[in-house]
Design a protein around this ligand. Sequence first.
Ligand code: IMP
Length: 201
Amino acid sequence: MKLVLATHNKHKIQEMSDILKSINNDFELLSLDDIGFTGDIVEYADTFEGNSLIKAKTISDFRGLPSIADDSGLMVDILGGTPGVYSARFAGEGCSSSDNNDKLLRLLQGVEFDKRTARFVSVITLYMPNGDTISARGECEGLITFSPKGNGTFGYDPVFYYPTYGKTFAEMSPSEKNNVSHRGNALKIFAKKLLYYKFIS
Ligand code: IMP
């Protein structure tokens, strides 16, 4: 099955390809470059589900191919679920990941460790040219550290501590992270739904 990965984010491309291939080797994964899509997609919804569908449908409509998109972000409990769907541009348009992490750590100044609970959320949506959709949500619980740790450079990975491994996501290997991450969890559910869809159609 040909599947377009509807993201320009190279970290997401790597993670989603690794996870999808480990689930099923039948996917032929195409990038936005492969299909010649260079534009930006405006994410105007206020839910992960909504934005994930907007991205998958926009890319599917572009070339008439099944497309899969992830919309994801970090929700910090003591901040009422912020930054949520605004995770990528938390510190302003065009900001870097370290700007976002600095802002988050500033907002959490004085908050003790066990009150710094947070979760990553990922919603994966596949949009088919016939209008069918398959969607799955995955989450991963952790705590926000007091300072960044680890070499990983993706988003909030250096400030997201995963207690079961005693490390931040940025200190974990890609396969360790993919096994437990929100995106990994969403893709595992997604793969089961896709198998069922193929079975009934
Ligand atoms: P999106 O492209 O609108 O889905 O933005 C997702 C944003 O959430 C990213 O730019 C990161 O800031 C953050 N994010 C999502 N997943 C992860 C992850 O696995 N690690 C670190 N940050 C993430």
